[in-house]
Design a protein. Structure first.
Length: 232
């Protein structure tokens, strides 16, 4: 296979796995969902939409979003298996073979875990879970939304990007491929929802929510890809 074909394959795989968090599994490799995981709204799987990666994804929260959080007295908590960075300026989430993380008929990948926003002045707690990475019609991060533990919406698009910006950072890696710092921008829908729920100043629609850097590995825990078979 020539280098042009390899680059093209990586690009196609990167778009399919999303430009964002998170990978797809092979249908035969899907493991059971962790106990206590929140189930997504029902949607039929899209046949054959799997590329079998493992790895991790890192989100660096944008400077404008961090400044808004500080002004509004907002703290952000990760819901397992998401993990907040020690400095509170980002979070990580796993890529792996868990049931439900294949592309469904709504163009989404479902992931357990999520985020919880605590707004000090209003006392409101906003939970973003279940988590979806949308591949179609555009790259996006969406989630179910609950206010003080009561479900408000099954799915809200929190931040979105473009395929051009996502694919600009796609590169091969020793064990698979990587997308570096794909930007995702706050939607007007998310801003309006926050303002209505808290009565506070919302993040600016179109501002940088954060950048996503997923590392897709085809060999879990291995430093190098599997060796090609040899023949006598």
């Amino acid at each position: 296979m020539g280098m042009h074909a390899i680059r093209r394959l990586i690009a196609v795989a990167a778009v399919a796995a999303l430009s964002v968090p998170l990978g797809l599994t092979s249908s035969g490799a899907a493991a059971q969902q962790p106990a206590g995981a929140v189930k997504s709204a029902a949607a039929a799987p899209l046949p054959g939409a799997y590329i079998s990666p493992w790895g991790s994804a890192q989100v660096a929260i944008g400077d404008e979003t961090l400044a808004w959080m500080e002004r509004e007295g907002i703290t952000l908590e990760a819901i397992s298996p998401f993990v907040m960075d020690a400095d509170g300026r980002g979070f990580s989430m796993p890529i792996g073979s868990t049931a439900g993380d294949g592309l469904d008929s709504k163009g989404r990948i479902f992931y357990p875990g999520g985020l919880r926003i605590q707004h000090q002045e209003s006392g409101k707690s906003i939970t973003l879970q279940s988590t979806f990475i949308r591949v179609m019609p555009t790259p996006a991060y969406s989630a179910g939304v609950s206010i003080d533990g009561e479900k408000l919406r099954e799915e809200v698009v929190i931040a979105e990007s473009t395929y051009v910006e996502v694919m600009a950072g796609a590169r091969p890696s020793p064990t698979g491929f990587r997308i570096k710092k794909a930007p995702f921008y706050v939607t007007q829908e998310a801003a309006d929802l926050f303002a209505a729920a808290t009565g506070a100043t919302a993040p600016r629609a179109g501002s940088l929510f954060g950048t996503l850097t997923p590392n897709f590995d085809y060999v879990p825990g291995a430093a190098t890809p599997p060796a090609l078979p040899t023949f006598p």
